[in-house]
Design a protein around this ligand. Structure first.
Ligand code: UGA
Length: 439
């Protein structure tokens, strides 16, 4: 019966939605992926994943072959098919504001609701300003023919790019923001195999579930900016932030994860989530409680500026006309995502200052080229370093760590390197005659 094994729709087939749809079908559910973008739907239906994510293409092929996964652009079909509808559309930062743009979430609910004429659960997974779920509950009541038989729940996701499949199948926890026992039961049915793997459930109200997501990302961002603030202090007094971080990490109340000093955080989530959270808290009259997030953001931005300064220092102040090899474009390794990528911001700033910047990234070159055609690109780490006056490591891909200092030294004009991610062995590079600087 549908209660035991509900049929799922996943609305929005971007990062989160595509992963969720594919993984749920892999777990045995009948899944319909829904998107307004016909091209995206056609690609997915033909077995092509829209994103670079290890393991996902194989799972997509299997799911399509099993017949359990299909895609559509029709909301009528979605409403007819689904018992549980997951909303996984994006909530980007609004242009010219710190607020999140929830228009895609609203549009999804407005498109789906008029077709909901029987009992169903609509589950929000997007990252939204607190209070959105309550507002959407009202919208559903107003627009769905089945009235109060349609309920809304909130179930934030915590998956990391690069580990999206594993994070979806084996999450640290599932947060079920619900307004009734029925909604919780339905969610349990929709995640049964994941629960059987042992994922703990935290049941909350709607607002708490919305907040868990932004509170988690704010904590992670704060931890990164905390160690980067310590890096600023260390630099001023000639102390070593790497050793400092190692020592802090051994206190298991602190822990070493997200405590890596360097160029700081970027991507489609952390930067925009802390801004949207601070903005929302200000709207709610509790801006004092989140004002530290403004500082977290500033510390993080200063990292990018400091990296540019370090390059300038190594070049004796002469950035204009210098040849710079930029290693990395993605916002983090094992990803082709360049949204708010610190690496590309540094490369573009150097370019703006008149440097001849050549960028290489193992996965994100295509995206970088499309977004910033004004920069030059090369096909390998050594290729972009030919004739360079300085090499700048901006994204900590493994292949950069494995470059031999002498092999690189043979192609550059000057042995100068800035390690923006603290991943190279400083002693080894200095011994090979390199001027080595880290943040
Ligand atoms: C982040 C969260 O980790 C996920 O839990 C969350 O679900 C996701 O956002 C989301 O909101 O959807 P993600 O953006 O994929 O995931 O990337 P992270 O692995 O968290 O890295 C974020 C940024 O922090 C990267 O730019 C990374 O280079 C940087 N970082 C990370 C540091 O600068 N230092 C560190 O020590 C760790």
């Amino acid at each position: 019966s549908p209660i035991d094994s509900p049929r799922l729709t996943v609305i929005g087939t971007g990062y989160l939605g595509a992963t969720h749809a594919i993984c749920m079908a892999a777990l045995g559910y009948e899944v319909l992926g829904v998107d307004v973008d016909e091209e995206k739907i056609a690609k997915l239906q033909s077995g092509e994943t829209p994103i670079f994510e290890p393991g996902l293409p194989e799972l997509l092929t299997k799911a399509l072959d099993s017949g359990r996964l299909r895609f559509t652009t029709s909301y009528t079909e979605a409403a007819r098919f689904g018992d549980v509808h997951f909303i996984c559309v994006g909530t980007p930062q609004q242009a010219g504001s710190d607020a999140a743009d929830v228009s895609y979430v609203d549009a999804a609910v407005r498109s789906l609701a008029p077709h909901l004429d029987r009992r169903a659960l609509v589950v929000g997974r997007s990252t939204v300003p607190v209070g959105t779920a309550e507002r959407l509950t009202g919208l559903l009541r107003e627009l769905a023919p089945a009235g109060t038989d349609v309920e809304l729940a909130w179930n934030p996701e915590f998956l990391r790019e690069g580990f999206a499949v594993d994070d979806t199948l084996h999450p640290d926890r599932l947060v079920f923001g619900v307004a009734s026992d029925w909604a919780e039961e339905r969610l349990r049915a929709a995640f049964r195999p994941v629960l059987e793997y042992g994922a703990p459930v935290v049941r909350t109200d709607l607002a708490t579930a919305e907040l868990v997501k932004v509170a988690a990302n704010s904590f992670l961002a704060t931890k990164i900016s905390y160690i980067n603030a310590m890096a600023e202090v260390c630099e001023a007094v000639g102390a070593d932030v790497k050793d400092l971080a190692d020592a802090l990490a051994l206190d298991d109340r602190i822990g070493g994860r997200f405590l890596k000093p360097g160029l700081g955080f970027g991507g489609g989530c952390l930067p925009k989530d802390i801004r949207a959270f601070a903005h929302r808290a200000e709207e709610m009259g509790v801006g004092q409680a989140t004002s530290f997030l403004r500082e977290v953001d500033k510390i993080n931005q200063r990292r990018r500026a400091r990296t540019v300064d370090l390059v300038g220092e190594l070049l004796g102040g002469r950035i204009a006309g210098a040849r710079v090899a930029a290693w990395g474009a993605a916002f983090k390794p094992n990803s082709d995502d360049i949204r708010d990528a610190p690496a590309l911001e540094v490369a573009r700033t150097l370019h703006g200052l008149g440097a001849d910047v050549r960028v290489y990234d193992p996965a994100a070159l295509g995206n970088a080229r499309r977004a910033f055609p004004e920069l030059s690109y090369g096909e390998s780490a050594l290729d972009v370093a030919r004739g360079a006056d300085v090499v700048v490591l901006l994204t900590e891909w493994t292949e950069f760590r494995e470059v031999d200092p002498d092999a690189l030294g043979a192609v550059v004009d000057h042995r100068r390197i800035v390690d923006g991610r603290h991943v190279l062995n400083a002693g080894r590079w200095r011994a090979a005659g390199w001027e080595y600087r880290a943040l």
